[in-house]
Write a protein that binds this ligand. Sequence first.
Ligand SMILES: [Zn+2]
Length: 529
Amino acid sequence: MKYILYCRKSSEDKGKQVLSLESQVNEMKKLASNLGLEIINIYTESKSAKKPENRPLFTEMIKFIKRNKKENLGILCWKIDRLSRNPIDSATIQWLLQQDKLKIIQTIDKQYLPSDNVLLFNVESGMANQYILDLSKNVKRGILTKLEKGGWPNLAPLGYLNDGKGGIIQDKARAKYIKKIFTLYSTGNKSVKEIADILFKQGFRSRQGYKYHKSKIHAILSNPFYYGVMQKNDKQYLGNHKPIISKKLFDSVQEVLNKKANTKKQKLYFTYRGVLKCDTCGCVLTATKKKGKHTYYYCTNGKGICDEHKTYLKEDDVSKELTKMFDEVVISERLINMCYQANKAKLGQTDEYLEQAKQNTQGSISKAEERKNKLLDLFLDESITKEVYNQKEKTLNNEIVRLKKDLEELNKQKKQNSDFTLERIKNVFLYPIQAKKEFEIRKNNKQEIITKTLLWNASFEKQKIANLSFKEPYNILSKIENKSDFLSVRREWDLNPRSAFGGHRFSRATPSTTRAISPFCIYTYYNSC
Ligand SMILES: [Zn+2]
């Protein structure tokens, strides 16, 4: 199969459409290479398609297709309306398709095949709608092309101005401040807030005369636009505008930014922050780093009633103690599989029931259709009047519609939900087993993730765990009394309402300071590593 690329711009709006033609060709070439299509001929035309005989290249292309005997040919074009916006051209194309001279028309989002009759339809009735769709696509296309050509399609960033002709020029009054912001920050001894204060005194202010907030300064410091690179939707483009700073200065600023972000993180990072509590007074334990190495947790005695506050808990000891949480929620894989199989079998029965219901419904539909046919025979034999026929036919039709709807519902119900829930419950039961292994390896921040996934908090007394409070749905596992007894495990599995295990309920219930990760994701994650 060989393709002919046909692109057209209309003469209606020259300024905009010049871009369009160019990007049409580019986009179509990209599409062709994505789909692995071979292009043998390109026609680009700058004429309106409203009247036939207006487009010499279109006519030439049609001739080429008609003459062709060797190749299987297809047309590649941006949108079907690029190819045809009048009935005569549509008919020509349609005819070529029907004669098998043309095997396919491939557009950016659709395929038109000889068996389709959509081409005419599109041209005649879908136009208004199609026009709007095209327009929005055209706008996006225009933006992309502008960026690729080095132009900025939005409001100019602070320090620049839009020149009103689509270009970007430096804002002489503000550009010097931008440069100063970068220079000051690159020294590493001024904070963003200090810079905002300093520059405000020197006259750097908003059009209303206000001081720029430090977040604005921060945004400026991270914007590559100032050294000539435009960022849009995570993609970077080389800009035509004149840079205010050098790439070197920008890079050194990024280094300072990264360093500050890291030291900030290090200062704040404690594995079990927010999870550990003092069992005596109920306070949350605070953490500290001693000699810059070991982390200790302790009660701050916030209520002034606690004797525990002189006890320091070493993080390693806390980790050792915390492994006890797994005793509460780990159930043997063998038992989990037994429950899973048992429930799967039960589900199988449900499936059988559904299958039966489906067959019955299907049977009723066939019967009703049969009766409809018989009714027609009676009417044609003149055994019944038209009135009787109409009335009975209507009743039967309604019945068929209702039955078909039922069947639709039954088809939807089948499996998916119940199967999915079952899998999910299984994964919840399995997660602690995986988590225990990971926790004992003590790598990266998995201890933190695991602890915060399983626990609301753990309270300590005399350096030992006194109480554990589990998050949903693991609190259900912790309630199973005899974890090595199949029936006890099975009971909890069956008892727990779908809501406990379904959806994202429990991840939303976790506090915002905690990374919310569903066990479903985690289990998948573990398995994929
Ligand atoms: Zn305390």
